[in-house]
Design a protein around this ligand. Structure first.
Ligand code: HEC
Length: 122
């Protein structure tokens, strides 16, 4: 009788342990990825607002901005100043003379190319 009882307790204890470890394994499952983070910019969704504007601001504004020494050749002054001047795409993608003194990464160039190809969406 005593032996039966201890087997019963052992079995109960084992079942309890098993249940606990199983529950824990369920709890540490990685979270499903959230969808409310920023959407990455790709050649499919590139716009002036999500990419191109900031690039002109950092790569061109120093020389061509309202306080730049080269503003008389081309004044960078927001969306319209890029959209209405075909020399911009030409200088970056065809003659590749701009941005003078710095370079664009392969992915920056690809995104800009896609943006010009789409007709420069704002
Ligand atoms: C370090 C200064 C500097 C920066 C930065 C710069 N430029 Fe220029 N840009 C010049 C100079 C100098 C000229 C005059 C022509 C030349 O020397 O090639 C010029 C000329 C131009 C012209 C007119 C002539 C042409 O090539 O059609 C355009 C358009 C132009 N730049 C666009 C840009 C754009 C777009 C950027 C940014 C991606 C940029 N530039 C960055 C210095 C700069």
């Amino acid at each position: 009788m005593k032996k039966q009882l201890s087997i019963f307790f052992l079995a109960t204890f084992a079942a309890f342990l098993f249940a606990c470890s199983k529950k824990q394994a369920e709890e540490i499952k990685p979270e499903t990825p959230t969808t409310n983070g920023p959407t990455p910019v790709t050649t499919a969704n590139v716009t002036y607002t999500n990419f191109a504007g900031a690039l002109f601001q950092t790569k061109c504004n120093g020389c061509h901005g309202p306080n730049g020494a080269l503003k008389s050749i081309w004044l960078f002054n927001g969306f319209a100043s890029v959209k209405n001047d075909t020399r911009v795409a030409n200088s970056i993608l065809v003659t590749k003379t701009m941005p003078k003194g710095s370079t664009l990464t392969v992915s920056e160039r690809e995104l800009l190319q896609a943006w010009f190809d789409k007709g420069m969406p704002e």
